[in-house]
Write a protein that binds this ligand. Structure first.
Ligand code: HEC
Ligand code: HEC
Length: 358
C-alpha cells in the first residue's frame, strides 16, 4: 500500500532525459505521458455561494483521467472476491446511487444491518457512513472491498487482478503517472469518481437559485416555507446540500438497537446519533433511515408528525419543538412538505450517461 506517487509528468521528464543522449539520431515521435487534465466541479450560478467550496484533498486533485478510471472501477466486479459485485451493484444510479433494497447483500448472500446510502454531493462531506466512522472518500473506499458483508475480498487479490490487465495499467499511468497499481491509487480513483457525483439540477434549484418562479408548484413552495420555518427541518437538513454534515438523533427510538456514532466514539453523549442525510433526490432513495424502517416518504413525515420520541437518548435539541407540539402539521401541510421533497429530484443526475456503467 501507499508508496510515493511520482509527481505528474515525472515519467515524461525521465523519458526526455534519456532521449537527450540520442540527439544526432532521428527519433520516432516519443510516446510521452501527458499530465492529467484538471477538472473543476460544475455548479450552477448561486450554488457555490450557498454550499461553499468542496473538500478536495491536495494529494488527489480531480482530473478527467482519474474520474474516468474511478468510474470504470466503480462498476468493476473484479473488486469482489467472486467477481459478482461492484460498487454499482449496491449504489444504483436511478436511485441516486442508493440501494432500493432495505439491506444490501454481500457476495456470499450475507446481509448488512444498514441501508446503503445515496452518493450525492459527497465532495462536501467529511464524515462518512451512517455512523460517521470514516473521514474522507479515499479512506471510505477501502472499506467495501474487504467488508465481510460486502465484497469480501483482499487488497492483494484486487491489486494483482488489476495489475494483470494492460488496459488498467495504461489508465493508471494516464491518471496517476504510474503503472504500479495499489490500493492507494484504486481508492484515489474511486474517490474522484464519487466526488464527481454532484446533483444541483432539481426543480428546487431552478426555483431558488435559477429564479424560475414556475419551477415548483404552489404546494411545493408552501412545503419549502414549512421546511425552513415551522418544520425546523432546515436546522439539520440545511439547504443547498440539505444536510449540515452533523451526527444527530432525530428521535426514532427510546431503546437503541444501533448506537450509531456512539459505538464509534464510545461517548455516552453520542449514542443514537446518525449522520444527517441529504434530502436531495429523496423521492427515489427509499427505503429511509439508517435501518430502512420506513418504506415511503409518507411514513417518514408521519414520524416527524407524531412519531418523534422525545425520550430517545441524546435526542437533538432541535427536536424540542416536537416535544412542545407533537403533531405540528395538518394534513394539507404534510401534502405540501411531500410536494417539496419531491421537488428535490434531479432527473438529469439519475439518467446522466456519463455516470452510468461505461
Ligand atoms: C454490498 C453492498 C455495497 C457495496 C458493494 C458497496 N457499498 Fe457503499 N455502502 C453500502 C452500505 C450498506 C453503506 C452504509 C453502511 C454504514 O453506514 O455502515 C454504504 C455507504 C457508502 C458510502 C458513505 C456515504 C455517506 O454519505 O457517508 C460511500 C461513499 C460508499 N458507500 C461508496 C462505495 C464505493 C466506492 C463502493 C465500491 C468500492 C461501495 N460503496 C460498495 C453498501 C455497499
Ligand atoms: C435534529 C435534526 C433533524 C431535524 C430537525 C430533521 N431531521 Fe430529518 N433526519 C435527521 C437524521 C439524523 C436522519 C437520519 C436518522 C437515522 O437514520 O437514524 C434524518 C432522516 C430524514 C429522512 C430520511 C433520509 C434517508 O435518506 O433515509 C427524511 C426524508 C427526513 N429526515 C426529512 C426531514 C423533514 C421533512 C424534517 C422536518 C419536518 C426533518 N427531516 C427534520 C435529522 C433531522
Amino acid at each position: 500500500m501507499g508508496g510515493a506517487v511520482p509527481p505528474y509528468g515525472a515519467l515524461t521528464l525521465v523519458l526526455v532525459v534519456l532521449m537527450g543522449c540520442t540527439r544526432d539520431v532521428a527519433v520516432a515521435p516519443m510516446i510521452t505521458d501527458q499530465d492529467p487534465t484538471p477538472v473543476e466541479l460544475q455548479l450552477p450560478a448561486g450554488v457555490l455561494a450557498a454550499v461553499g467550496d468542496p473538500l478536495l484533498p491536495a494529494d488527489n486533485p480531480l482530473t478527467a483521467q482519474g474520474i474516468a478510471l474511478g468510474r470504470a472501477l466503480f462498476y468493476e466486479k473484479a473488486l469482489s472476491d467472486d467477481l459478482t459485485l461492484s460498487c454499482g451493484s449496491c449504489h444504483v444510479q436511478a436511485n441516486a446511487f442508493a440501494d432500493p433494497r432495505a439491506f444490501s447483500e454481500g457476495t456470499d448472500g450475507s446481509i448488512g444491518t444498514r441501508n446503503a446510502m445515496p452518493l450525492v454531493n459527497l465532495a462536501w462531506s467529511a464524515k462518512l457512513f451512517w455512523d460517521g466512522r470514516v473521514q474522507g472518500l479515499e479512506a471510505q473506499a477501502h472499506d467495501p472491498v474487504t467488508n465481510p458483508v460486502e465484497m469480501r475480498n483482499t487488497w492483494p487479490v484486487v491489486e494483482s487482478r488489476l495489475n494483470a490487465d494492460a488496459t488498467y495499467r495504461q489508465r493508471f499511468r494516464a491518471a496517476f503517472g504510474t503503472e504500479q497499481i495499489d490500493s492507494t491509487l484504486v481508492t484515489r480513483a474511486l474517490a474522484q469518481f464519487v466526488r464527481s457525483l454532484v446533483s444541483f439540477d432539481s426543480p428546487f434549484d431552478r426555483y431558488w437559485y435559477g429564479g424560475d418562479s414556475t419551477a415548483m408548484s404552489e404546494e411545493a413552495q408552501n412545503g419549502l416555507s414549512l421546511f425552513t420555518s415551522q418544520g425546523k427541518c432546515a436546522g439539520c437538513h440545511a439547504p443547498g446540500l440539505f444536510t449540515d454534515h452533523a451526527l444527530r438523533n432525530n428521535g426514532l427510538d427510546v431503546v437503541l438497537s444501533d448506537a450509531g456514532f456512539g459505538a464509534v466514539t464510545g461517548d455516552p453523549a453520542d449514542m443514537g446519533k446518525f449522520k444527517v442525510p441529504t434530502l436531495r433526490n429523496i423521492a427515489v432513495t427509499a427505503p429511509y433511515m439508517h435501518d430502512a424502517r420506513f418504506a415511503t416518504l409518507e411514513q417518514v413525515l408521519n414520524h416527524y408528525n407524531g412519531g418523534v420520541h422525545m425520550a430517545s437518548p441524546n435526542v437533538d435539541l432541535l427536536m424540542d419543538f416536537w416535544g412542545m407540539n407533537p403533531t405540528p402539521f395538518s394534513a394539507d401541510e404534510i401534502n405540501d412538505l411531500s410536494a417539496f421533497l419531491n421537488a428535490l429530484t434531479d432527473a438529469s443526475f439519475l439518467t446522466d450517461p456519463a455516470l452510468a456503467q461505461p
